[in-house]
Design a protein. Structure first.
Length: 457
C-alpha cells in the first residue's frame, strides 16, 4: 500500500491541472521562454552568487557554514553573512552536478509553484479565474520574476517562503486552527534562513496573531505559544552566532546596513565622489577594531548615529525610494540579464542610468540616454503595469467585503518589504510580495469595474 498516498497526490495534481489548465500551461510557457533566454545570454550569476556558492561548497566539503574562501584567513563576518538554507539547496544540486543551469531550472519550478499558490490563496478573497489573463499579463510584465528565477540567487526561494507564510496565516485567521499557524511560523523561519530580511517579521507576526484571535479567545495560550515560535528561533540563532563569532546577532549584514543605506543619501546630496569617500572612511573606521564583536557594535552604533543626526532629510529620502519600489521597472536588472550592462559599470561611481540622466544638468542628456537604450519601450510598458497594480492594490485596501484584518495584514507585509529595501529600490527586494500585490490588484480592479462581487470572508 506504500504507493497509495503517492497515487492520491498524483490524482489531486491531475484534477487541479484539468481545472486550471489554461493558467498552468501559460505560466509554464512563460518560464520556458525565460529559461531559453537565460540559456542564450548565460548570465546566471549576480553580485552575491559567489558567496552563496562558496557556502554551499564549504557545507558540502567541510561541514562549515562560511560564505568566504576557506583557503584565505577565516573572517567572522563571512560566518553569518549568508543564511544557510539557499546554500543547502545549492549543495543538494552540487551533490549530483556543479551546474548553474540545473539550479535555475529547479528555481523555475519554484517560481511556477509560487504563482499557483498565490492565485489559490486569493480565490477565497474574491479572485475569479476569468481574470487569469490579466494576472498573466501582470506576471509577464514583471521581468524581475523571470530574471531571478534564472539567476543563482535566493530571491525566488524567499518568495516561496513568503507566499506560503501569508497563505497559511490567512487560513489560520479564517479557520482558527493551530496547525495553520504552525505552518505559517515554519514558513517564516525558513524564509529567515534564506535571507535575513524576514527576521524582524517575527515580532510583527506575534502582533498579527494577537490581533487576529481577539475575536476568539479560546485556546489563547496555545495560540501564543505557536506565535512566539519564530521569535524563539531568532533568539536561539542569535545565540548560536554569538558562540561562533562573539557577537549576539542574526546576520553580519545587519550591522553595516544603515551605513550602506546612508551611502546613496550622501551620493544624492553631495555627489558620487563624496559618497565614495564617505563609504571608504566608514569601512576603515569599522576595520580599525581587531575584534569582530567590537566591529559589529561600532557599525551598529555608527549607522544609528548617522540616521538620527540627519533624521528628517534621510527619512524623506528613504520613504521616497521605498515608494519608488512599487513602480520600479528594473532596467538595470534587465540589462544585466541581457549583457548590456556589467556590474563594474553598475557600481561605478560615475555610472549612468535613467535617474542619472533625468537629474543631469547637461543639455540633451535624457534624449541621448533614450537614443542609446531602445529597450525603454519595454520598460515603459512594465512601468505602466506597475502603476496599474498600485492602483488596484489601493482599491483592494478599500474593499469592505474583505475583513479589515486581512487588508491590514497584506498592507503591512507589503509595506515592510518596501521600507526594508529603502534607498536600494531594486525590484528583486520587492519580489517576495510582488505576486501578492498582483493578485490584490486584480481583486481591487475587478470590484472597481463592478464585476462579480466577492463572498464575505
Amino acid at each position: 500500500m506504500g504507493w497509495f498516498p503517492n497515487r492520491i497526490i498524483i490524482n489531486h495534481l491531475l484534477a487541479y491541472f484539468k481545472a486550471n489548465r489554461f493558467f498552468v500551461v501559460s505560466v509554464c510557457l512563460l518560464h520556458a521562454v525565460a529559461f531559453l533566454a537565460a540559456l542564450h545570454w548565460k548570465k546566471f550569476f549576480m553580485g552575491d552568487s559567489a558567496e552563496y556558492i562558496y557556502e554551499a561548497l564549504n557545507i558540502k566539503n567541510l561541514f562549515f557554514c562560511y560564505s568566504g574562501n576557506p583557503a584565505m584567513p577565516i573572517e567572522p563576518e563571512f560566518m553569518t553573512q549568508r543564511q544557510p538554507l539557499y546554500p543547502l539547496f545549492l549543495m543538494g544540486v552540487y551533490v549530483f552536478t556543479f551546474n548553474a543551469r540545473v539550479v535555475v531550472f529547479l528555481q523555475n519550478f519554484s517560481s511556477i509553484a509560487n504563482m499557483l499558490w498565490a492565485r489559490e490563496m486569493f480565490k477565497s478573497l474574491g479572485y475569479n479565474a476569468k481574470y487569469d489573463k490579466l494576472l498573466l499579463l501582470f506576471i509577464a510584465c514583471y521581468p524581475s520574476q523571470f530574471i531571478n528565477a534564472n539567476t543563482v540567487a535566493p530571491d525566488i526561494l524567499l518568495q516561496t517562503c513568503t507566499v506560503v507564510y501569508m497563505a497559511c496565516f490567512i487560513k489560520f485567521y479564517k479557520q482558527q486552527q493551530i496547525k495553520h499557524l504552525l505552518w505559517a511560523g515554519l514558513a517564516l523561519i525558513a524564509g529567515m534562513m534564506v535571507k535575513p530580511v524576514l527576521y524582524p517579521v517575527a515580532g510583527l507576526h506575534i502582533a498579527f496573531v494577537i490581533v487576529g484571535v481577539l475575536r476568539r479567545r479560546a485556546h489563547m495560550q496555545r495560540v501564543i505559544a505557536a506565535a512566539i515560535l519564530p521569535l524563539c528561533f531568532v533568539l536561539m540563532y542569535d545565540r548560536v552566532n554569538e558562540l561562533r563569532t562573539g557577537a549576539f546577532h542574526f546576520s553580519s549584514n545587519q550591522a553595516f546596513n544603515a551605513v550602506y543605506y546612508f551611502y546613496p543619501f550622501v551620493a544624492s546630496k553631495y555627489g558620487a565622489d563624496s559618497a565614495e569617500i564617505f563609504l571608504h572612511q566608514e569601512r576603515a573606521a569599522v576595520a580599525a577594531y581587531p575584534e569582530y564583536r567590537d566591529r559589529y557594535a561600532y557599525a551598529n552604533h555608527r549607522g544609528r548615529e548617522l540616521i538620527m543626526d540627519n533624521f528628517a532629510p534621510y527619512l524623506l529620502f528613504h520613504v521616497q525610494n521605498a515608494l519608488r519600489l512599487f513602480v520600479e521597472p528594473g532596467k538595470a536588472e534587465i540589462d544585466l540579464f541581457t549583457g548590456r550592462l556589467t556590474y563594474g559599470k553598475l557600481y561605478s561611481k560615475h555610472a549612468g542610468g535613467f535617474y542619472a540622466a533625468w537629474h543631469s544638468k547637461q543639455p540633451g542628456a535624457l534624449r541621448a540616454y533614450v537614443a542609446e537604450n531602445p529597450s525603454l519601450i519595454a520598460i515603459v510598458l512594465v512601468f505602466f503595469f506597475n502603476v496599474l497594480k498600485v492602483i488596484g492594490f489601493l482599491l483592494f485596501l478599500r474593499l469592505r467585503e474583505i475583513p479589515v484584518f486581512i487588508r491590514m495584514f497584506f498592507m503591512l507585509t507589503v509595506c515592510y518589504f518596501a521600507v526594508a529595501a529603502g534607498p536600494i529600490a531594486a525590484p528583486r527586494y520587492f519580489l517576495p510580495v510582488s505576486l501578492v500585490v498582483s493578485c490584490c490588484a486584480i481583486v481591487g480592479l475587478s470590484r472597481f469595474r463592478s464585476f462579480q462581487s466577492p463572498q464575505p470572508a
